[in-house]
Design a protein around this ligand. Structure first.
Ligand code: FAD
Length: 412
């Protein structure tokens, strides 16, 4: 079969990889480069930095226990991972801070101070248990709740809200509106996280291997103006006079694109995709350590999350460990929501991202979308159909491949 895949991010490329041996796939990507939120400087993103530096400006790290299909894919592709600490520190609006167990171990403060940190941790753990009890709800109840219904003003809950901002790149003030059905399982899973890894050579490395070995076609800078289905297949209209026929189409772009592209949406599709809006954000890769110095931070962590003035929030991920440049004297960071804290002269790269704007109304149809994959020659893949992260992208791609008779990651 000829299969069109719209979107060349993780989900689209993994889907292409799994379908490639059985079908003729064509990946249509709107941007001049592949990868979606996987953006590695000196990988898929050209940069003026030292060519040996591979800094991630989007996706960076993965949790082994919670990302089993992704780990399987890395193994199959022969990608090497690097263990990273996965520690976090919460800088509150009152100028206080809380350290995670890993951050306490890393800080190596003298024992009296460490004792205070451990006592703080016990208090936070109690708040965490209260969160677990409050959110021990059946799936159908969680499906109807925004995260705000599950959070209080307790420090641990605000920390959880900031980590949610981090995970999904949603501005902090909009995190309370996010669906509990997506965010609560993520928070619970990461509470039990065991080991974090990043990819040697940067996150792009694994997609690069997929692209290098792809038999099918990749078309960049492709503007699709319409997707029309009929009894025999699918017609894609491109900008200009071009039209092209396919047997099936896989949507692997953010879900707000689906109705923009479908010329003939069914009532059900209007319902399933009508609530989605885009979330446009920007991350900065920089070498400004001022945010640490101003707060007297000795040990930077992978998830330094900050409450800022005016009810806003931001994060800074310390890239040196994450990207394998621990011995560099320059401190590299990946920041979101921290523009006011970073000297523009020390910004190395600004990266725009278009992600799904998760709300309860939009997200409630995700199970139905997966369950009806294949209707009208149309399939859907994307991280948003799973945990919203890399594992979700791979699981959703594998589900499409299975339905279309493609490869599975279980095969040797
Ligand atoms: C800053 C940031 C950091 C992140 N960090 C992590 C992390 O460390 N670990 C993790 O697991 N997850 C992380 N994520 C989550 C990330 O979104 C998912 O892991 C995953 O990369 C999403 O993949 P996707 O293929 O579903 O979507 P995308 O990556 O959004 O890919 C969709 C693709 O479709 C293309 N497209 C859009 N519209 C059209 C159109 N009309 N026609 C053709 N193509 C189109 C886009 O250009 C894009 O290439 C991060 C996200 C962001 C934004």
């Amino acid at each position: 079969m000829r299969i069109a895949i719209i979107g060349g991010g993780s989900a689209g490329l993994v889907c292409a990889h799994l379908l490639d041996s059985v079908h003729d796939v064509v990946v249509f990507e709107r941007q001049p480069m592949l990868g979606g939120h996987v953006r590695t400087l000196n990988g898929n993103v050209p940069s003026e930095l030292d060519p040996s530096l591979r800094l991630d400006a989007g996706v960076i790290e993965f949790e082994v226990r919670n990302f089993p299909r992704l780990m399987r894919l890395f193994d199959k592709l022969g990608c090497e991972t690097r263990p990273v600490a996965g520690t976090t520190t919460f800088w509150t609006r009152d100028g206080e801070h809380h350290l995670s167990p890993g951050s306490i171990r890393r800080a190596q403060d003298p024992w009296p101070k460490r004792l205070g940190q451990l006592i703080d941790l016990i208090g936070l753990r109690m708040q965490g248990l209260a969160f677990d009890r409050r959110t021990a709800l059946p799936d159908d109840v969680l499906e109807s709740l925004p995260l705000s219904e599950c959070l209080t003003d307790a420090d641990m809950d605000r920390w959880a809200a900031l980590l949610t901002m981090y995970a999904y790149s949603i501005p902090y003030e909009r995190v309370p509106d996010m669906p509990a059905a997506l965010t609560v399982p993520m928070l619970r899973a990461f509470e039990r996280a065991e080991s974090w890894v990043s990819l040697k050579g940067g996150a792009w490395c694994y997609l690069h291997r997929i692209v290098e070995s792809l038999r099918g076609e990749v078309r960049l800078n492709q503007v699709i103006t319409g997707v029309t289905r009929d009894a025999d297949g699918v017609t894609l209209n491109m900008l200009g006079p071009d039209v092209e026929r396919f047997d099936k189409v896989v949507f692997a772009a953010p879900p707000d694109q689906t109705l923009k592209l479908l010329t003939d949406p069914s009532e059900a599709e209007l319902r399933r995709f009508g609530g989605w809006k885009p979330n446009h954000i920007q991350t900065l890769v920089h070498c400004d350590s001022g945010m640490y110095e101003r707060r007297g931070i000795q040990v930077a962590t992978e998830f330094d999350v900050y409450e800022l003035s005016g009810g806003q929030g931001g994060y800074n991920s310390y890239l040196n460990d994450l990207c394998g440049v621990a011995d560099s004297e320059t401190r590299y960071g990946l920041a979101f929501g921290m523009e006011d804290e970073i000297d523009p002269a020390k910004v190395l790269h600004r990266q725009k991202h278009h992600t799904p704007d998760y709300t309860v109304d939009a997200y409630r149809w995700h199970v139905e979308v997966s369950a009806t994959n294949g209707e009208n020659h149309t399939f859907h893949a994307g991280a948003w159909l799973g945990n919203g992260l890399q594992e979700g992208a791979v699981v959703s791609a594998e589900a499409v491949s299975r339905l279309l008779g493609g490869d599975s990651l279980d095969e040797p």
